[in-house]
Design a protein. Structure first.
Length: 309
């Protein structure tokens, strides 16, 4: 029986852990994270899943300390797997197992290495992304590729919808690779570093709308940070606001250079963008309250209402 140690978190961690168990892998240890009290936890729990299957589970603050490295080495595992685990694993951990350490990444490597690959792919207007199983090195998302599965990004998909697709892609990728991996026949495809791109973690200020940009770029930001992420922030009539859902309005011709503004047009809220084009704003929150077109007109008038940072 193949023996593994699993570092995992989030929905991807849960689904990939279950794939290993379905392949009758002996999971000697599960390493996960304690949930952060300041984070909205909208995803499944690796700790709860491991407990449900009677697996030993720990959540160290730092997985690379000597005591954790020693505990992993004592498991005498064939493989180490990392499934959306948030900390970088250093060389002593990667070399503590007999046959290799592999990571599941939420993009089609070598593109979108690093943090928040789903959000970045949407923000940059990509039409597909996916999941990649690869061997781990001390450089993030750098090792040889074992397998990949692509999924489409539709023009109005938000981050959670794309993340759900990527989660299924991780399950498919792992399931299709395991037999060959355990038999020593899995491919190892070197990444083309000339094609690589790397992105860091996103910060709250990265979600502020720049209304001087065009409608498609702003729509991509809105859907990249839509709930359960923090939402795209702005101001409406000088009041703090978040735009939570939008759609490009191709029926409205707005030329670049026009002042950015929000208007009530019939039963629609229309944001005219300084870089050209317009958005139908389908879900907006002002001063912490959701407003439809009627409520917004009652508060601010039909417009134009100034939009700002």
């Amino acid at each position: 029986m193949t023996r593994a140690v699993v570092f995992a978190y989030h929905d991807v961690g849960v689904r990939c852990l279950k794939v290993l168990l379905a392949h009758e892998v002996e999971v000697a240890l599960v390493v996960t994270h304690d949930d952060s009290p300041g984070e909205t936890i909208w995803f499944d729990s690796v700790a709860r899943t491991a407990a449900d299957y009677g697996l030993p589970v720990i959540a160290p603050a730092d997985p690379n300390v000597p005591g954790i490295v020693a505990r992993v080495a004592e498991c005498a595992a064939d493989f180490l797997f990392s499934f959306y685990y948030r900390a970088m694993l250093k060389a002593p951990l990667l070399h503590s197992v007999g046959r290799g350490a592999l990571n599941m990444h939420g993009s089609l490597l070598p593109r979108y290495r690093g943090r928040a690959p789903v959000n970045w792919a949407i923000l940059r207007g990509e039409r597909q992304t996916g999941a990649t199983l690869h061997h781990m090195t001390e450089k993030p998302d750098d090792g040889d590729i074992v397998g990949q599965t692509a999924v489409p990004i539709l023009p109005d998909d938000d981050a959670r919808e794309v993340f759900n697709k990527v989660t299924v892609a991780t399950e498919l990728t792992l399931d299709s690779a395991l037999r060959a991996l355990f038999a020593g026949r899995a491919p190892r495809i070197a990444q083309d570093r000339a094609m690589a791109s790397y992105f860091g973690g996103r910060r709250p200020e990265d979600g502020v709308i720049d209304w001087s940009r065009d409608a498609t770029s702003i729509h991509n930001l809105v859907r990249a940070v839509a709930p359960p992420y923090p939402g795209a922030s702005t101001s409406v009539g000088g009041r703090p606001a978040r735009i939570l859902r939008s759609r490009v309005a191709p029926d409205l011709a707005v030329q670049p250079g026009d002042a950015a503004s929000l208007r009530v047009e019939g039963d629609r809220l229309i944001a005219r963008c300084g870089g050209g084009g317009a958005l139908a704003v389908q879900d907006i929150e002002i001063d912490g309250m959701r407003l439809d077109a009627t409520a917004l007109a009652q508060r601010f008038g039909a417009g134009p209402i100034a939009l700002g940072r």
